[in-house]
Design a protein around this ligand. Structure first.
Ligand SMILES: NC(=O)c1ccc[n+]([C@@H]2O[C@H](COP(=O)([O-])OP(=O)(O)OC[C@H]3O[C@@H](n4cnc5c(N)ncnc54)[C@H](O)[C@@H]3O)[C@@H](O)[C@H]2O)c1
Length: 430
């Protein structure tokens, strides 16, 4: 039975995974639009730091819970964004069973909530549903090339099953469901230690370590700045009628990993050499979204150029409070204790940890947590940013060496001014 809400109430949006990288930017954008925002997060990879501007605000509520557990909010919601799921390969491979549970059981729980509340639902799916694609660029009608038994399968197949559930609920007319296939997105609040390419290269450059390149660096990626992506998600949630098909959201600009590394070196003014390591299993060779559908249906396309987005990301990372960070996955062993850390005297440039993550992702586990829905010791350690040996400590670039970044960021930039977009969306509550 649908729970009733009075017509004058401020519309309420639930963001699952709202304390993560994308989720926290989305919560802020929704809050600025006048919504009441409920964030539900188990803090597996999310951080309080990300939502500190919202915590304590009257229109913001935080629920610390795993979405795999039954959800009872005690109040109806109008819209649900499901972003809950670790997105970085070392993080989601750390406990692959929990990753699949999150994608399948967690999504199911949220869909049921959408049914009982009559809420509109948006699923954050991923370009990983295309696997290692044989079609380039990837269009939404490409069915994918996915390995269902590999180490990435918990995420790729989990997300594919989540999409299946979404379209079954939609076809059965049980809920108004939308699906965004998100391509590589970067920006401030990415976890600098989560093993994703932009954060890896920026952190290595800032710390003047060798830049790690997997394979020969000629594999390509596309990079979407976070504010652009959030605009796409908001538009997809707003649009009427329901597109009833998945939409790619990402930046179609395609760069080789070597090109990205060169740009990072230029912007950070570092001369760090490149260090080549073997390509991880199932690593896609080419990634670029075809966004024709999103352009046509949402009138959306990304605005922030890579150079500008990287500058903002570099500035953010250089200014980060390392004590609030999630430790490297390589630093957490099966029992949930924290082991070696990049910065280890035996691993001065951190590459041993990276190789370990790439070659043996399932061996550096946050142990399978039989108490899904509660917080494992490892999750606790992650959440608390626990660093028994102090890790690398607060290694930052000397302040003077980043003056050029702030100077470049102050220069007028046409694209930058349009990142908060002109969504045709009535301000909620007004
Ligand atoms: N960032 C990208 O480039 C990218 C690309 C494709 C898809 N996505 C999708 O977007 C979403 C957000 O990605 P992100 O980059 O912000 O990742 P993230 O790891 O920073 O955020 C995920 C959030 O979900 C929370 N979470 C994980 N499992 C949970 C569970 N079982 N219950 C409750 N909370 C849980 C985490 O604590 C974290 O706050 C993910 O679903 C991801 O698959 C992201």
């Amino acid at each position: 039975m649908r729970r009733s809400r009075t017509a004058h109430q401020t519309p309420t949006v639930l963001v699952a995974g709202g304390a993560g990288f994308l989720g926290s930017h989305l919560c802020e954008a929704l809050f600025e639009d006048g919504y009441r925002v409920i964030c539900i997060d188990n803090f597996l990879t999310g951080r309080m730091e990300n939502i500190k501007s919202l915590v304590g605000q009257p229109r913001f509520r935080l629920i610390e819970q795993d979405i795999c557990s039954p959800l009872t909010l005690g109040e109806p919601v109008d819209r649900i964004f499901n972003l809950a799921c670790a997105a970085s390969p070392p993080r989601y491979q750390a406990d692959p069973i929990h990753t699949t549970r999150t994608c399948v059981i967690g999504t199911l729980n949220l869909l049921e909530l959408a049914v009982s509340d009559g809420a509109r639902f948006l699923q954050a799916s991923t370009s990983e549903v295309y696997g290692d694609p044989e079609q380039h660029p990837q269009r939404e009608d490409y069915l994918g090339h996915v390995n269902c038994t590999g180490p990435r399968a918990c995420y790729d197949e989990g997300k594919r099953t989540a999409e299946t559930l979404c379209f079954d609920y939609l076809r059965a007319d049980m809920a108004d469901v939308r699906v965004a296939r998100i391509f590589n997105t970067y920006g401030p609040r990415m976890d600098p230690a989560d093993g994703r390419i932009v954060s890896n290269l920026v952190m290595q450059a800032l710390e003047k370590r060798p830049l790690t390149i997997f394979g020969d660096g000629r594999q390509t990626r596309s990079f979407c700045y976070v504010t652009d992506l959030v605009q796409g998600l908001l538009r997809l949630m707003d649009i009427d009628p329901n597109p009833r098909q998945p939409l790619n959201l990402g930046n179609p600009g395609e760069f080789t990993v070597l090109e990205l590394a060169d740009l990072v070196r230029e912007l950070t003014r570092t001369r760090s050499p490149m260090k080549f390591l073997p390509l991880p299993e199932d690593d896609p060779r080419r990634r670029r979204p075809d966004i024709a559908r999103a352009k046509a249906l949402l009138g959306w396309s990304p605005k922030v150029p890579l150079r500008q987005g990287l500058l903002r990301t570099i500035a953010h990372f250089a200014d980060r409070d390392e004590s609030a960070m999630v430790p490297r996955v390589g630093a957490i062993n099966k029992s949930g204790a924290v082991g070696f850390e990049a910065g280890d005297p035996e691993d001065p440039d951190g590459s041993r940890a990276l190789v370990a993550e790439a070659e043996h992702p399932t061996k550096i586990l946050v142990g399978p947590d039989k108490r899904h829905g509660e917080r494992s010791g490892a999750a606790e350690a992650i959440n608390q940013g626990h660093r028994p040996d102090g890790g690398r400590g607060n290694r930052r670039l000397p302040a003077t060496s980043l003056h050029h970044v702030s100077r470049m960021l102050r220069q007028p930039d046409d694209d930058a001014s349009s990142t908060r977009g002109s969504r045709q969306h009535p301000r909620a509550g007004s």
